[in-house]
Design a protein around this ligand. Structure first.
Ligand code: NAP
Length: 340
């Protein structure tokens, strides 16, 4: 049985969700994979919990939910997230701080520091990947550690691991998909209920599906960032946000959706990597695999051997996203520490 020591940096929805799932799945992961996951550090914006003998992940989760992390016996007010990355003896750092697509910070510094301290990194944070993918990859390689980010695109859906493991003999010819659940929800409600864009957006905001400032989602920026990550990681490009042609969904009317529907089509916000990177509303036949509704995400991978492989699933949510994060953690643990 190999003990894998983990630090989580950023203990919000995703970070604390991962702790909850570690608590619930610890026994299963031990018996199924022979890996004993131990949480040793939690780095937050205003302090940290550090316990080299192990932190009870459920206790930390409960304290985070009641905003009382400072009550933990191992709370260290003066210790920041980056101190935890540097000083706590973890094998794997899970980075789950907010996405910043301009500077990549604070995640970028957390990741670079982790690599330089010979720690593997698993992340759901798109920012550093959009800003500095090549530099992060190179630094991980130079330090002989792994960098995995399955949760950064499509939440629960396996994409990078699918390409890396199951489709490894294939050449990737193109990728297209719906990568933003908020836009998909709004378009679905406009189409099925005949709602205006404004009405569907305010409904999504009431349900917590859209942010108060929805521009990052509805203007296609989030989808574009995910395309950049897909392009760099799967097609080995050196793309940045500037390389994506972006059009969002704010100009779509219920009338255009009705017209499309009468002809057997749905209008979907599609991100595509193929002869360039593009995000735009597109007509999709209603019976096409890409025509998924509600908040679902979908990705179609076009390959030379396997043809078209399509994956559909939940693109967000603490527990769903934790599925991808733990998959990365288990993969690293197996390959790096077990030699399997
Ligand atoms: N939520 C999802 O379903 C989902 C799905 C896929 C990917 N993601 C990505 O995963 C990441 C985390 O998302 P989330 O929903 O968990 O966000 P969140 O709830 O806002 O959590 C982020 C946490 O990081 C903390 N933080 C901010 N700056 C920090 C610093 N310098 N050091 C340590 N901690 C710091 C925040 O503290 P404060 O609250 O004090 O600022 C907050 O507790 C984001 O990059 C997001 O884009 C989220």
């Amino acid at each position: 049985m190999k003990k894998i020591r983990i630090s989580i940096i950023g203990f919000g929805v995703i970070g604390s969700g991962v702790a909850k799932v570690i608590s619930e799945k610890k026994g299963y992961i031990k018996s199924r994979h022979g890996i004993d996951l131990e949480l040793v550090g939690i780095g937050e914006r205003h302090g940290s919990i550090v316990c080299e003998d192990g932190i009870d992940p459920m206790e930390a989760y409960d304290l985070a939910k009641s905003r009382e992390m400072y009550k933990h016996p191992c709370w260290k007010e003066e210790m920041s997230g980056i101190d935890v990355v540097r000083e706590v003896n973890a094998d794997i750092v899970i980075e789950a701080t907010p996405t910043n697509i301009n500077s990549g910070e604070p995640g970028l510094s957390h990741m670079m520091t982790a690599f330089k301290n010979k720690r593997h990194v698993v992340t759901s944070n798109k920012g550093p990947l959009v800003v500095a993918y090549k530099e992060l990859k190179r630094t991980a390689e130079e330090n002989d550690v792994q960098f995995r980010f399955e949760a950064s695109v499509g939440g629960a859906m396996p994409v990078f691991n699918l390409v890396r493991e199951s489709l490894q003999a294939n050449k990737m010819l193109g990728i297209e998909g719906i990568l933003n659940g908020t836009c998909n929800y709004i378009l679905t409600r406009m189409s099925t209920e005949g709602l205006s864009y404004e009405h569907a957006l305010s409904e999504a905001q009431e349900l917590g599906i859209a942010e108060t400032d929805p521009s990052y989602d509805v203007e296609g920026i989030d989808t574009a960032c995910k395309l950049v990550i897909l392009a760099n990681a799967i097609f080995d490009m050196d793309a940045t946000y500037k390389d994506v042609e972006v059009e969002g969904i704010t100009g779509i009317t219920p009338e255009s959706l009705k017209l499309a529907s009468d002809e057997g089509y749905a209008i979907k916000l599609i991100g595509e990597v193929r002869d360039g990177l593009r995000v735009a509303p597109r007509l999709v036949p209603k019976d096409h695999p890409l025509a998924v509704g509600g908040t679902l995400n979908v990705i179609s991978l076009h390959t030379d051997l396997a043809g078209e492989i399509t994956v559909t699933g939940k693109g967000a949510g603490a527990i769903e996203t934790s599925s991808s994060i733990l998959s990365d953690v288990i993969n690293i643990s197996k390959y790096e520490f077990e030699g399997t």
